[in-house]
Design a protein around this ligand. Structure first.
Ligand code: HEC
Length: 231
């Protein structure tokens, strides 16, 4: 009996380690919107990469992700031709670096856009936060912050980033597409912030499965060993 409870406790502890802490999803007083992201969905990640390179990279870098990574990560698995087209004459080992210089950014926006390599891990809410920010450009209800600088989800509401997906003046018909783009790029950013998350999760399942089998084997063994002992 004791052996069983010890093994059970061990198993529980192991599953907690494997699954990891759940991510909280509230922002700065306002509840974040929930992003439908799947960091194992190749189609979504590739669409997100396209939004990143075509829109976000106009201002932001993701310097810890190289063009070679885009081929090597099995979740993205770009072909050599696709990567060559993206990188132009930049080396394969170069990071995804914006052409906007920090000086020009400072002049235009008063701020240097932060690197987005690990942004999804650096902010509470991760992908939900990024998705919410991208779809959170609104008219300031108090009329103090000018249009384009007011964001419902940004701390303090005044953001130096111009509405990158033109959420504010979008057409109703575009809503679905904008929602999709915002979720896709949030998925891509959540993936690159921790590109080995899926491998680790898969390993966690194997470890837990192994422990379950081991528990059963040890229990049967214990029964067999004690079977002949008179109580
Ligand atoms: C025209 C330039 C520009 C483009 C394009 C742009 N950004 Fe930004 N971004 C900024 C600037 C400037 C800031 C700094 C905002 C601030 O601190 O007020 C910023 C900040 C951010 C932040 C950080 C918010 C925080 O909590 O500090 C995120 C996340 C972000 N951008 C995501 C994106 C994504 C995703 C895209 C592409 C869909 C994108 N940006 C496109 C200029 C840009």
């Amino acid at each position: 009996m004791k052996l069983k409870s010890i093994l059970f406790a061990g198993l529980m502890a192991a599953s907690l380690v494997a699954v990891g802490p759940a991510q909280a999803s509230e922002g700065h007083g306002v509840e974040l919107k929930h992003a439908k992201v799947d960091t194992t969905d190749r189609e979504q990640l590739r669409r997100g990469l396209t939004v990143f390179t075509e829109v976000c990279m106009g201002c932001h870098s993701a310097k810890y992700v190289t063009y070679k990574n885009l081929m090597d990560y099995p979740e993205l698995a770009l072909s050599r031709e696709e990567v060559d087209e993206l990188r132009g004459d930049k080396p394969l080992t170069a990071g995804l670096i914006t052409d906007l210089s920090p000086e020009d950014a400072e002049v235009s926006y008063g701020k240097v856009p932060p690197d987005l390599s690990v942004m999804a891990n650096a902010r509470r809410g991760g992908a939900d936060y990024i998705y919410s920010i991208l779809t959170g450009f609104e008219h300031d209800p108090e009329g103090k912050i000018p249009d384009g600088n007011y964001n419902l989800y940004f701390p303090g509401n005044r953001i130096a980033m111009p509405d990158p997906l033109s959420w504010l003046d979008h057409d109703e018909a575009d809503t679905e597409m904008l929602e999709q783009q915002a979720q896709d790029v949030a998925a891509f950013l959540a993936f690159i912030a921790d590109p080995h998350q899926n491998e680790r999760r898969a390993l966690g399942f194997w470890v837990v499965g192994f422990l379950i089998v081991l528990t059963i084997v040890l229990y049967l063994l214990k029964k067999a060993v004690w079977a002949d002992v008179k109580h």
